[in-house]
Design a protein around this ligand. Structure first.
Ligand SMILES: Nc1ncnc2c1ncn2[C@@H]1O[C@H](COP(=O)(O)OP(=O)(O)O)[C@@H](O)[C@H]1O
Ligand SMILES: [Mg+2]
Length: 167
């Protein structure tokens, strides 16, 4: 990692700042590749993001942004260090438990793909709701589409949507 990754933050609005409800990464190290080609993608990362705080991660290609987000969201397991979200440990838990925490605590907006090509916009959201745990917050899929101005596109499949609409 030649040029370090930086963060740009917008503070939480007053009253919503609660570090215990946010993200905490401590001494996080992630090694990628093997043997001679091992890359230290993350090298002792400390990062806290309070609930309600917006943080952008910026840096040149190869500086470790995707690695950071993968570990922060529980998609990748660091080689050392700890990650907690809302006080729940994402590291040092079994894979099944981490999957459940990720399902309940983390939302991802991927750059592309990650939708099922055969399902309509509405059915993608219905499917997510079926996977959600009993105590997760359940929102009406049609209402969610309406919130982002897509009520009229509920029956469209991913190839009939723009990149932004898919996101
Ligand atoms: N599977 C891998 N094996 C070896 N090195 C990898 C692998 N994936 C990514 N890297 C390296 O890890 C570093 C961080 O990559 P990445 O987190 O994808 O950076 P960014 O998202 O900032 O472009 C880069 O130097 C990249 O070349
Ligand atoms: Mg990347």
């Amino acid at each position: 990692m030649n040029t370090p990754t930086e963060t740009i933050r917008q503070a939480a609005s007053p009253g919503t700042h609660d570090p215990a409800q946010g993200l905490a990464m401590r001494e996080v190290t992630l090694l990628l590749g093997d043997g001679e080609d091992t890359v230290r993608a993350l090298d002792g990362v400390h990062l806290t993001v309070a609930a309600g705080e917006f943080t952008a991660v910026v840096g040149p290609s190869g500086s470790g942004k995707s690695s950071l987000l993968a570990v922060a969201g529980g998609l990748a397991v660091p080689d050392s260090g700890t990650v907690t979200i809302a006080g729940r440990p994402m590291t040092a838990v079994a894979r099944r438990a981490r999957t459940a925490l990720r399902r309940d605590l983390v939302g991802f907006v991927f750059q592309s793909g990650n939708l099922l090509p055969a399902l309509t916009a509405l059915d993608q959201l219905r499917l997510l709701r079926r996977f959600a745990s009993a105590d997760a917050v359940h929102r009406d899929p049609m209402e969610l589409l309406a919130e982002v101005g897509m009520a009229g596109k509920a029956d469209r499949r991913p190839h009939q949507l723009s990149g932004g609409e898919r996101q």
